[in-house]
Design a binder for this molecule. Sequence first.
Ligand code: PMP
Length: 437
Amino acid sequence: MNLDDLVFHPWAMQGPRDVPTLVGGSGSHVVDDGGRRYLDFGSQLVFTNLGHQHPRIVAAIREQADRLCTLAPGWASDVRGEAARLIVEVAPEGLGHVLFTSSGTEAIEHAVRMARLFTGRPKVLAAYRSYHGSTTTSIHLTGDPRRWASDTGAAGAVHFFGPFLYRSAFGSATQEEECERALAHLEQVILLEGPGTIAALVLESVTGSSGVIVPPPGYLRGLRELCDRHGIIYIADEVMAGFGRTGAWFGVDHAGVAPDLMAFAKGVNSGYVPLGGVLVSDAVYELFTTRPYPAGLTYSGHPLACAAAVGAISAMRDEDTIAAAARLGSEVLGPGLGELADRHRVVGDVRGIGGLWSLELVRDRVTREPLVPPGATGAATAPMAAVVKACLERGLLPLVLGNRLHVAPPLNIDDGDAAAGLAILDEVLSAADAHAA
Ligand code: PMP
């Protein structure tokens, strides 16, 4: 009997699966039950920013487990306080407090609740082509209604188009034009919805699962100004972009802006123990010094998860992981993936920054028709399923979403492993080229 058949799998067709059973790992590799090694080229779901079994994180968890495994959020905890201190230290100015959650989804839920309590307004703006989580509020903010086809939609979620030159909603020819038009469009949406009804705007600082879309220079600054002008709380979703993934501590750092609330998870402790949270501005924090915050989670600030965060953030500082991630993007993945795009007609676009990249695969570079249609399931996904299979056969764990091959290895991957991964993708794309005109 295959025990994996007893597991109900998220985001998946149920039934027997043809995937390796992973039992071990180290650094950028994982190992299956037959002893075969795989290069983890997507950092699982873009969260093992420091790779697998990093000794500093493992030791921190072990030491905490020996001392005190768990504690309710109502009591003060040394390790929780230390995690908050380290997180606040690397966050943008003015975000001085942390509400801990156990996931990115919960962080978004709480950020939205705080914004509604703070402003007294109901609506929340979010971009098409975004992912914010999978509970009721967060999935309805997620800007891909195909993901929640069975639901009716949550009251108050309003979508707008963000800048995305490759598939521009505005017909722009340049990034400057795209930025200008996207900001003008956003202002129109705000004015038509009525600024007095909008509590918050939530945006991934670099769009992750929906396509790795890096905002053009000036966009986040313009968006911050619009929020300020209309009294809207700016929630930065840094669940994927945060903690070094883009070659800065946070995606907003590239633009030099600070949001009012910032959701994080994943890279905060490389996902060794589930942890997320919301960084809260001083102004929002102030409100809850006069009235209680009316929500919480049993495992908020779980000691083992916080210990893992202390280990991870300390290691990132000591090992200069941010600089390594920036170099990974500018010297290794950027040029390497650019070469693959030059060589393979199936690659329509290469996008990314730091350690977060995506190859968009198309049937035709001119029409930009995706290799598999948006929202496709079953047989229609065969060309991308073949990409996954070809990667696994060559010892690489890929991260495939829709018609895109995301490339997001651990930020501390060594150059030899990165080159080996790119060489595998080169072979895999040669086979995929057969589908492209
Ligand atoms: N926001 C973003 C930007 C994400 O990438 C994710 C997870 N992929 C989430 C929110 C939800 O996080 P979680 O799966 O931890 O609930």
